[in-house]
Ligand binder design. Structure first.
Ligand code: NDP
Length: 282
């Protein structure tokens, strides 16, 4: 596997579409100046991928910021990779088709690069997936995928439907390394993408990670993001601070050794900061 060397390097998904290895997450960022500045700072810093969701209630602001950033940086829509997700309340064939239109409307875009089923709500995700298949077949979205799917959800989905997901976006960080899911995904060419890669800031003082960071003259955040890339995982750290947005993109000029990769892998505690996909009640 070749590891990304540049902030705009992309991975080829199982349908041939290329997706940047690094993106900006905007969970919990409300509409307003912070959101606009974060999206614009990320694009100015070289990011070409933005991850939002209907439930974040910031698609309108994300869309406005994208429009301004494209104009200011002399970029066109095709240069950017935009992801959104269908929320649980909208899972269902017709409901999901309508949710896609609503997201596009808010974002002010004609298509998304990636549309995901946000959570595997039992009894609902299969019909929602059929809607995503329709959108994909009608060329209304470049790639489709899932989020928070465990192996058994993927197996079930692939048995019942036609198109294999291109992406599975899951909680993944040094305390939740997801090795089994990662191996399964590689075997089935479903690209893994890490959410809360920085464990929402909860690992930044970790002594082993700090030690590795000092050796490379990098921050702990940069070490974790580099570990994602060297594991072949797309990563979407969130920050609203311009200097951290730039810092999080400055991870393409050094390499963790095999031993350091193992040291980080060994931190796993199967610890989640978000909900367990097998026990969701929302
Ligand atoms: P992250 O793991 O990305 O951590 C974000 C936190 O870390 C923020 O508090 C941020 O603060 C801080 N931070 C970021 N960079 C640095 C840095 N270099 N140094 C110090 N602190 C830093 O958490 P998220 O939960 O936001 O996950 C990332 C993205 O994943 C989300 O924004 C969303 O797009 C997606 N996601 C998807 C989910 C799903 O179910 N599919 C669920 C949760 C997230 P500050 O902003 O102040 O810099």
């Amino acid at each position: 596997m070749t590891v990304a060397k540049h902030v705009q390097d992309r991975v080829v998904l199982n349908n041939g579409v290329e997706m940047p290895w690094l993106g900006l997450g905007v969970f919990k960022v409300e509409e307003g100046e912070d959101l606009k500045q974060a999206v614009k700072a990320s694009i100015a810093a070289g990011y070409r991928s933005i991850d939002t969701a209907a439930i974040y209630q910031n698609e309108t602001g994300v869309g406005e910021a994208i429009k301004e950033a494209l104009a200011e940086n002399g970029l066109s829509r095709q240069d950017l990779f935009v992801t959104s997700k269908v929320w649980n309340a909208d899972l269902g064939y017709e409901e999901t088709l309508a949710a896609y239109d609503a997201s596009l409307e808010k974002l002010g875009l004609e298509y998304l690069d990636l549309y995901l089923i946000h959570w595997p709500v039992p009894g609902k995700y299969t019909d929602a997936w059929r809607a995503l298949e329709t959108l994909y077949k009608n060329n209304r979205v470049k790639a489709i995928g899932v989020s928070n799917f465990q192996i058994h959800h993927l197996e079930d989905l692939m048995q019942k439907t036609e198109i294999k997901p291109m992406i599975n976006q899951v909680e993944l960080h040094p305390y939740l390394t997801q090795k089994e899911l990662l191996a399964y995904s590689k075997e089935h060419q479903i690209q893994m993408e890490a959410w809360s890669p920085l464990m929402q800031g909860g690992l930044l003082d970790h002594p082993i990670l700090s030690d590795i960071a000092n050796k490379h003259h990098k921050s702990v955040a940069q070490i974790i993001l580099r570990w994602d890339l060297q594991n072949g995982i797309i990563t979407i750290p969130k920050s609203i601070k311009t200097h951290r947005i730039a810092e999080n993109a400055n991870v393409f000029d050094f390499e963790l050794t095999n031993q350091e990769m193992k040291q980080i892998d060994d931190l796993n505690q199967n610890h989640r900061v978000g909900p367990d996909p097998d026990h969701i009640d929302f």
